[in-house]
Design a protein around this ligand. Structure first.
Ligand SMILES: Nc1ncnc2c1ncn2[C@@H]1O[C@H](COP(=O)(O)OP(=O)(O)OP(=O)(O)O)[C@@H](O)[C@H]1O
Ligand SMILES: [Mg+2]
Length: 214
């Protein structure tokens, strides 16, 4: 059984973004999606991660069709199995970085991993309020929060957009290692071609089609 299977997805906002998009994600696999700004990458990621209902087509997660899940089942899957890192971070602003990780710990029942904080280089700022952190620090805290959950699928939308090249590459290494170690899969949206090509497969969203280029 694969982790995710998407069949014939289409979606339209002001214009038709894409049609007939199909995609499979296996365990330990990483998939990159590239494409011009406005081509619909984030929209596609929202559909794959159950946040948006597609106009046409269907998504299955862990062998279950998302459209046939009741609210409780969908809630469980979101809470325990899906890890989302988006373009904006959605941390709780009134809380410290550490308190944000404690929320993830509480919700998922997994423990905060100190080595992860070291690897992400956020130990020094962990007690500061989210609003006092730099953009890159906020991004690394939101990555720590997602990895704390130990999800089965990571959906990441430009997760290293606010980071310098070296930090970005260290952060991505953590994601790749996590997937191999725990059999998880990752779908990564990025404008960084070099990073995209570190993934097992690369797709480009172009002319409303998702085309495999690696
Ligand atoms: N909730 C929404 N309501 C209406 N239009 C939307 C919505 N979300 C996205 N769009 C439109 O859909 C198009 C694709 O947006 P999307 O965010 O998916 O692009 P993207 O490929 O992720 O771009 P970028 O690389 O700039 O992040 C844009 O024209 C955007 O304005
Ligand atoms: Mg986007």
């Amino acid at each position: 059984m694969n982790l995710l299977s998407a069949q014939n997805l289409s979606h339209t906002f002001e214009y038709k973004l894409f049609e007939d998009v199909s995609l499979e994600l296996n365990r330990e696999e990483s998939i990159a999606i590239i494409g011009m700004s406005g081509s619909g990458k984030s929209t596609l990621l929202h559909i794959l991660s159950t946040l948006l209902i597609p106009e046409e087509g269907s998504v299955s997660l862990f062998g279950e069709s998302v459209s046939s899940m009741n609210r409780k089942r969908l809630g469980e899957i979101k809470r325990y199995d899906l890890g989302l890192v988006f373009q904006s971070h959605y941390l709780f602003n009134g809380f410290s970085a550490y308190e944000n990780l404690e929320v993830a710990e509480l919700l998922s029942g997994e423990k905060i991993d100190n080595t992860l904080l070291e690897h992400l280089n956020i130990k020094e700022c962990i007690d500061q309020k989210v609003t006092q952190l730099s953009g890159g620090q906020q991004q690394r805290v939101s990555i720590a929060r997602v990895l704390t959950k130990q999800p089965r699928i990571i959906f990441a939308d430009e997760p290293t957009g606010n980071l310098d090249k070296e930090t970005a590459s260290q952060v991505m290494k953590l994601f790749f290692e996590y997937c191999k170690r725990s059999g998880a899969g990752m779908i990564l949206v990025t404008h960084d071609n070099e990073l995209a090509h570190k993934c097992d497969k690369v797709y480009k969203l172009e002319n409303r089609q998702l085309v495999k280029i690696q």
